[in-house]
Design a protein. Sequence first.
Length: 253
Amino acid sequence: MLLKLALWQDVQEYLEKRADVVIPVGGTEQHGPSGPLGTDLIIAEELANDLGEERHTMVAPAIAFGVSQVHGAFPGTIAVKPATLLAVVTDAVESLYQQGFRRFLLVNAHHGSKATLQAACMQVHTQLAESRCLSVQWWELPEVKSVLTEMFGAREGHHATPGELSIVRRFYPRAVLDLPPMDRFEPVPQLIAWTAQDFRQRYPDGRVGSDPSLSSARRRSLTKMPAYALIAEPDPGQAQVYRHIAAAEGLEV
C-alpha cells in the first residue's frame, strides 16, 4: 500500500492489523555520463514498492535528498547536511510512531547516507519505546553482491555502476544513455575525495571505477530480469531483509 495514495481511513484500518512501514531513502546527484540524477531515488522508491506489493506493506513517500556534498561540483546535485537528513528521518519516524507504527524499514539507495541512517535508527531505538528500525543498503546484501560480481566483476566499481543503472533501466528504459564499450578500463580500488572540487578533479565524468557501458551491453537480458524481491522477516525482534536480484538470462541466483 502506497501511503501517498491512501486515505487516512485506509491507514487507520491498516494499523488495526499491523505496525510496519517502509521508508525509501534516495538521493539526487550525478551518476556519471549516462545515469540520471534521480538514480538513487528511483532505486529506493521502486525496490520499496516491490516490497510493498510482495508483503502488502505500507510504503511511505521516498526521501529524495541525501548526503551528497561530494558530488556538488556537478550541476543538478542536491545535497543535505547529515544533521538535516537525521532530523528529517527521525521526525518522520516519530510522527508515524505517534500514530501507531512500530517497525520501520529504511530502504537506502545512496552510500553517502548510510552512516546517517544508521545513526537515525539508533536514535529511534533510544527515544521510542518498543520500536524497531532497520536501515538496509541494497548493494551490500550478499545475494546482490554475488550477482553483481558475476555479471560485472571489477567493472561494477563504486559509483555510476552498471548494476545500479541496470535497475534504473528496468523501470525507466529510456532514462539511461547507451554508451559505447570502453576501450580502456582502469579500476579504482577505493573512492577517495575530500571536497566536491576534489571529486570532480579525480573523477571528471562522475563515475568512480565503473563501466556504465555494460548496462547498455546487457540491456536486452537485464530488462527481462524479474522484479527484485525484498523480503522482510515479520518478527520485529529478528528483522532481516533479503533482496534477491534475479539473474540475467541463463544466470541462476
